[in-house]
Design a protein around this ligand. Structure first.
Ligand code: HEM
Length: 150
């Protein structure tokens, strides 16, 4: 084998590696998108939050708790919060979850009812299972700061 053919062998081998790595990179791109982007970002999150709050308002298991709440303020803080925790370009400007819900004596049942209302809203907007699961996981991690009674 001549020096030249060895060199061409290396060039060909390296080209194959470059193409394979390039393809793998392209395939991975969608998974690299933030949950915020995959949920549809600025155009979808406020619509889902609107529907979610409408579901809570119609839910007799928990709607009494929001009797004196400024709903516009609640919605805007929920939009900011969902945007921020899903990797979007927002800063949540509301109170932290422990302080907000302190003394409300929220139970596991109340929490479950609210999650059901959120799932209904996500299903109405046909949010795929993967994104739904990720969002519920992020909000579920706040449960310990919100639920005070079993
Ligand atoms: C993952 C679950 C929950 C999240 C992410 C969440 C998030 C929030 C946020 C962002 C606010 C606004 C805070 C502010 O304006 O400073 C809020 C307020 C409130 N939340 Fe929750 N919450 C959850 C669960 C619950 C549950 C289960 C209940 C009761 C059934 C509840 C009852 C309330 C009430 C009544 C307010 C209004 C407080 C007020 O009027 O000052 N939340 N929540």
């Amino acid at each position: 084998m001549t020096k030249q053919s060895v060199l061409w062998g290396w060039v060909a081998g390296l080209s194959v590696i470059v193409v394979l790595v390039g393809c793998a990179g392209t395939e991975r791109m969608p998974a690299g998108k933030s949950l915020y982007d995959r949920l549809g970002g600025k155009s979808s999150i406020p619509a889902v939050v609107d529907q979610f709050v409408a579901n809570v308002a119609a839910d007799t298991r928990i709607n009494g708790r929001f009797a004196t709440t400024d709903i516009r303020n609640l919605k805007s803080h929920l939009v900011e919060q969902v945007c921020m925790v899903t990797g979007g370009p927002c800063i949540y400007s509301g109170r932290d979850m422990k302080m907000t819900h302190a003394g409300m004596k929220i139970s596991n049942g109340d929490f479950g009812a609210l999650v059901e209302d959120l799932v209904k809203a996500l299903d109405m907007f046909k949010v795929p299972a993967r994104e739904k699961g990720e969002l519920l996981g992020l909000l579920g991690s706040m449960k310990n700061d919100i639920v005070e009674v079993p």
